[in-house]
Ligand binder design. Structure first.
Ligand code: NDP
Length: 445
């Protein structure tokens, strides 16, 4: 980097000890050097310095009372990163690993992802270091109510519209929405991922996983390949992984492995998704239980071994940095020819280099998993109209959006001299629209 090196240096200086945030910014700035060369007016207007600094960061105490009557204290965050093209939009992550670095990396990526959807949504992210795992429904409810009591002061249907993410599913969104409504006495589309009887959109639950497969299907087709007859490995067994499994199977693939944070299952006959949905969505059990029901399947402790399973297509859909250089090399050595990212930043920079070097068909998270937020924006749209579309209508719009993201990212890659590099293409296509809006809206002195 030449023009943008100063911007990167400043990010590191201003945000020490935030490796995930540095990683996400560095990847984007590397792709944007050529854009900076072509747009000196954006450099002069400080667009690059401004886009790496969140517009607002909210940090707050979340006290709640557990089932034994003990007071617990967690930390709540909302990073309102960029509102140049619409209200801040991005999920709420509830996981013990949550900290400022992780939420800033996610909020930063969200700016470009949301822009790529073609819909008017800015970038944000939030959450807490609260762990819903092992908590009773009552404890989760009290936490969510306390969390929303503070968050409600900063969000709104035209200001900032949070959604689910790791640890925040339909149950948590329900408790948070109930508390928002109680505090504000208004029924608005302030959260997405809502239940279907109170403002939710059909196909939102399926959207990220389905969208990932629609995107990859397009990328595969461009190289004369398809899901039909392919063997697929998917990490995670949460919302994204489950619906990626469903759509990949509908498109003719055999999904043979899934995981959770303890280990992975391998079923050579193909994963039986009904069992996984029962275990994970209804009973909230561990994925290891699967092998008690399907005797041909095996369970292995530890997560990273899943990438040693021979496959044609890998869809990492659990968490950040889950594929390192060694795992990427193993995938390639075993004949894997495509990687589509359901999770956010699941591949380390070294792993991405392995994909690019080996001409793997690589769908980066910003583009490949944008179906979730796109359908959230469709939920906002339906809420504003006080109307709802059918499953088929939403699914058709989602498919259209994913095909367009592929086309725009691959066209931008070609135009800027990075042919077939969808990382650079997605970063550039997402950035151009936001940069243009920031430039047009001026600087507040
Ligand atoms: P869920 O909470 O539904 O599922 C997460 C899955 O990943 C679980 O199987 C979980 O296992 C596993 N997991 C979580 N943390 C780790 C870890 N540190 N190591 C190994 N496995 C882990 O979340 P989602 O499916 O919603 O999200 C998965 C990924 O997709 C995240 O990166 C998220 O940001 C991204 N994403 C989600 C979208 C959505 O619409 N939901 C939209 C776009 C991106 P366990 O149960 O053991 O914790």
């Amino acid at each position: 980097m030449k023009i943008l090196q100063n911007v990167m240096d400043q990010v590191k200086k201003r945000n020490p000890n935030e490796p995930e945030f540095h990683q996400a910014v560095e990847e984007v700035l590397e792709s944007l050097e050529i854009v900076a060369e072509k747009h000196p007016e954006w450099v002069a207007a400080g667009v690059f310095e401004r886009i790496v600094e969140p517009e607002r960061q909210i940090l707050f105490r979340v006290p709640w009372v557990d089932d034994s009557g003990k007071v617990q204290v967690n930390r709540g965050f909302r990073i309102q990163f960029n509102s140049a093209i619409g209200p801040y939009k991005g999920g709420l992550r509830l996981h013990p690993s949550v900290n400022a670095s992780i939420l800033k990396f996610l909020g930063f990526e969200q700016i470009f992802k949301n822009s790529l959807t073609g819909l008017p949504i800015g970038g944000g992210k939030g959450g807490s270091d609260f762990d819903p795992k092992g908590k009773s429904d009552g404890e989760v409810m009290r936490f969510c109510q306390s969390f929303m009591t503070e968050l409600s002061k900063h969000i709104g249907a035209d200001t900032d519209v949070p959604a689910g993410d790791i640890g925040t599913g339909a149950r948590e969104i329900g408790y948070m929405y109930g508390q928002y409504k109680r505090l504000r006495n208004e029924f608005t589309g302030v959260l997405t991922g809502k239940g279907l009887t109170w403002g939710g959109s059909l196909a939102r639950t399926e959207a990220t996983g389905y969208g990932l497969c629609y995107f990859m299907d397009e990328a595969l087709k461009a190289k004369g390949k398809s899901f039909k007859g392919a063997t697929v490995v998917i990490s995670g067994s949460g919302n994204v992984a489950i619906y990626a499994t469903e759509k990949a199977a509908q498109l003719g693939a055999k999904v043979v492995a899934l995981s959770d944070s303890n280990g992975y299952i391998y079923d050579p006959d193909g994963i039986k998704l009904d069992t996984v949905k029962q275990l994970k969505e209804i009973e909230r059990k561990r994925i290891s239980e699967y092998v008690k029901i399907h005797k041909n399947a095996t369970y292995t402790e530890g997560c990273s071994g899943i990438w040693s399973i021979k496959c044609d297509i890998a869809l990492p859909s659990a968490t950040q940095n889950e594929i390192d250089e060694a795992s990427a090399k193993l995938l390639v050595a075993n004949g894997c020819y495509a990687v589509g990212e359901g999770a956010n930043m699941p591949s380390t920079p070294e792993a991405v280099n392995v994909y690019l070097h080996n001409k793997i068909i690589y769908g980066p998270a910003k583009a490949a998993n944008a179906g979730g937020v796109a359908t959230s924006a469709l939920e906002m749209c339906q809420n504003s109209m006080r109307y709802s579309w059918t499953f088929e209508e939403v699914d058709a719009k989602l498919k259209d959006i994913m095909v367009n993201i592929y086309k725009n990212a691959s066209a931008a890659a070609k135009e800027y001299g990075f042919e077939d590099n969808l990382v650079a293409g997605a970063n550039i296509a997402g950035f151009l629209k936001v940069a243009n809006a920031m430039y047009s809206q001026g600087i507040a002195y």
